[in-house]
Design a binder for this molecule. Sequence first.
Ligand SMILES: [Zn+2]
Length: 270
Amino acid sequence: MPELPEVETSRRSIAPWMENQDVSGVVVRQKNLRWPVAIEIEQVLPGQKIRSVRRRAKYLLIGTDAGTAILHLGMSGSLRIIDTGTPAGVHDHVDIEFGSGKALRFRDPRRFGSLLWAEDPYEHPLLRNLGPEPLEDAFNGEYLRAAARGRRVSIKQFLMNASVVVGVGNIYASESLFVASIHPKRQAGRIALRRMQLLADAIKTVLGNAIDAGGTTLRDFHSGDGEPGYFQQQLEVYGRDGEPCLRCQRMISAVVQGQRRTYYCKNCQR
Ligand SMILES: [Zn+2]
């Protein structure tokens, strides 16, 4: 599943091909994604100039003067820049074509992605209650400490709550807690400010490294073969149960929390 680093990597890859381009046409081959493709995508977007390609949480925001397309990759979505008219595969549901002769192609085999529209995307029901962006300055130890006050939920599940902070998915929650030496089952409300500062810094480092590495599953945006390319970044604990801790050499443990697997070192994380 694309996580925040993959979405940010996608944004950086497609934005130069899209910004300041006029939309010359839109092809919707499959309207039935997680929600129906917004009618404005076909009726309003053509003829508009793309003013910006931004990201909020895992949503890509394609801004025009008439409104903003809100694109989510869901479980299996991917984006590529293609030459307009490149034959479409069965899972290539939407093309947004530009005056340059290029097009943005949205592929989504499982169809959990979405393509919506809003005049103000930040007021859209899916976006308006989201927590802060983890890479922005407003997300820090003081914020985490205040948000966690009185909360008895585990710190791992607390971090994965999008109203607390966006974009800290299962992989990155495990990795960040390892970097900050915090036990994933510790109650969120019982973690001191100093450790919350370490945790906020760890989240920024882990996500920043993943973005630099192109995300854990980097897509190949404009290769002609149509197959997304994947590679795994170096993960310190995630998926390493039974293997030695990179810091203390003891065995990494796994536990299920909220139906998601958590990986941690019993010795290094308290
Ligand atoms: Zn260890």
